[in-house]
Design a protein around this ligand. Structure first.
Ligand SMILES: [Ca+2]
Ligand SMILES: [Ca+2]
Length: 262
């Protein structure tokens, strides 16, 4: 009897209870001490405040401000910055301009616009301005749409061999006529909004400044006065864009009805 009682007392009750109690305790102790002690404090403090929290914003900020400086410096240098320019807010571009023919330019002038975007462009949201001392020398609203990768020819209404036999999509007699540049550069600019809203401080979404020197300080799409992208053309020649960037050339044979992918 005594042995049985002893066995029961020894085997069952005390041992399991202690083990169960011990297991939880250490575990709890370790977790709680580790958790409330070093780890939670360290990890919590490091993560939000000093570590990730502080690092994250700077990283993002650096990331966004990184491109800007790069774009700015590269853009003012050459093609890269300008190529980066158009894509963000996708807008139509000036692709070719004929502003001079042999004789009176009136009704012979035209501008070919290009849509580099993935979506159709509504020209009702854009206007042209040209000059001159400012883009306000002559302005006109635009209309019509351009399919992605497509072109629209505006100007005229005269079509002859001297101005490349253009077939117009939108007939507008530019008045006064587009300036013919020379030592003092002139420009044609594409603006977002109505022609009536173009003023001397308006920044074009795209522009071609042509001639020798931009003495008038005509603004480029960067919002600053930039050097002419191309020189003066001779009679019956055009100015033609060669890349999505700011590369232009004088074309001895105008191509009003072509629309190469840029
Ligand atoms: Ca005219
Ligand atoms: Ca002209």
């Amino acid at each position: 009897m005594a042995a049985l009682v002893l066995a029961l007392a020894w085997g069952c009750t005390p041992v399991p209870t202690e083990v169960m109690t011990d297991d939880p305790s250490p575990t709890t102790a370790v977790e709680s001490s580790t958790g409330s002690g070093p780890l939670p404090t360290t990890s919590t403090t490091d993560a939000p405040a000093t570590g990730e929290g502080t690092t994250a914003p700077p990283a993002d900020t650096t990331g966004s401000s990184g491109p800007d400086p790069d774009t700015g410096s590269t853009g003012s240098t050459s093609t890269d910055g300008e190529t980066t320019g158009p894509p963000p807010p996708c807008v139509p571009l000036l692709a070719e301009v004929l502003y001079r023919v042999n004789g009176n330019d009136d009704r012979y002038e035209w501008v070919r616009l290009y849509n580099p975007c993935d979506d159709l462009v509504d020209l009702g949201d854009f206007s042209l301005g040209w000059g001159g001392d400012y883009y306000t020398y002559g302005v006109t609203d635009l209309s019509g749409t351009i399919d992605p990768g497509g072109c629209l020819l505006v100007g005229g209404s005269t079509s002859s061999g001297s101005n490349g036999d253009p077939v117009y999509d939108l007939v507008i007699d530019f008045e006064p006529d587009l300036q013919n540049s020379g030592p003092i550069a002139d420009a044609v600019g594409l603006f977002e909004g109505l022609a009536d809203d173009i003023d001397s401080s308006s920044i074009p979404v795209d522009a071609v400044i042509y001639g020798t020197a931009n003495s008038s300080g005509l603004l480029g799409s960067s919002g600053t006065a930039v050097a002419p992208q191309v020189g003066e053309s001779a009679d019956n020649q055009s100015l033609r864009r060669t890349t999505l960037g700011e590369s232009w050339e004088v074309a001895t044979i105008p191509t009003p009805n072509e629309c190469p992918t840029l």
